[in-house]
Design a protein around this ligand. Structure first.
Ligand code: LIP
Length: 265
């Protein structure tokens, strides 16, 4: 079995078990705490689920590194680092909106988000039971269905997913950015979880996704899904996807939305 295939098996099993744990805790009731700003929340389940994922990964691959949303990073001695968001879409999870996911990626080459190469990515939605998965050069899949981005965007424009940061100070520029995108969009979708937004691009359920201010654990797995589904990904003008910007779309629409976003300079 190749390294990617082995890592995919591990990621898929752990994502499913972690997602089912999170779903159980949701049914039992959610305890909420605040992080950076009032709207940036974390639940006890976020921390418990990340601890579960971390312990399972350490048991399976003790030499690998870890880079997660809710706990300290751990340096890799194997060359592989796991990038984990235990519950992406935390606000949806807290409100009981059925749009949140466990996002797990395995990256190699560097533990720096600006330099690493994702080789495995899984995004698991425990509510729908959908396990989106991809390996580098192995395609993106949902069950036995091979995923492909939608590259036929007509004159009405693209169906564009996006997200808004928690910090109220970012809302004005976010809305200005949205106003620049609308001329190339038929409509907007604000799903509330970057990993599910990116999985939706990979599955052709939306034509594009963009967002400024997300964290590596929000998009590491989803970016690989889009790439392996034939899509294009990028960030701030000419850069890689990152906190400055994540853009994902089919090749035929990517330029239109990237141009609309680049005019903010
Ligand atoms: C969320 C992202 C979402 C973004 C939110 C938040 P979290 O991640 O998935 O796209 O709009 O502001 O960053 O906090 O739920 O893991």
């Amino acid at each position: 079995m190749t390294l990617a295939a082995d890592l995919l098996d591990i990621a898929t099993r752990i994502a499913r078990e972690a997602g089912d744990l999170a779903a159980r805790r949701r049914r039992e009731g959610v305890e909420i705490a605040t992080k950076s700003v009032a709207a940036d929340i974390v639940t006890a389940a976020d921390r418990e689920v990340e601890a579960f994922i971390r312990a399972e990964l350490e048991r399976e691959r003790p030499e690998d590194g870890f880079f997660g949303e809710e706990s300290d990073a751990h340096e890799s001695s194997s060359g592989v680092t796991w990038v984990v968001d235990p519950i992406d879409g935390t606000v949806n999870y807290a409100y009981g909106i059925p749009a949140w996911a466990v996002s797990i990626a395995a990256v190699e080459g560097s533990a720096d988000p600006a330099e690493w190469t994702a080789i495995v990515g899984v995004v698991y939605n425990p509510v729908s039971g959908e396990m989106f998965r991809a390996t580098r050069d192995g395609g993106a899949w949902l069950g036995e269905e091979r995923l492909a981005v939608n590259d036929q965007v007509g004159p009405a424009g693209g169906l564009v997913a996006t997200g808004f940061g928690y910090d109220p100070a970012t809302h004005a520029p976010t809305l200005e950015r949205l106003a620049r995108v609308m001329p190339v969009a038929r409509d907007i979708r604000r799903i509330g979880a970057a990993s599910l937004d990116l999985a939706s691009v990979a599955a052709g359920r939306v034509d594009a996704y963009y967002e400024k201010g997300t964290n590596p654990w929000d998009h590491a797995a989803g970016v690989l899904l889009v790439e392996e589904a034939g899509g294009m990904v990028g960030g701030s003008p000419g850069g890689r996807p990152g906190k400055g910007m994540v853009i994902a779309a089919g090749p035929g629409f990517y330029g239109r939305i990237a141009d609309a976003l680049e005019t903010e300079e």
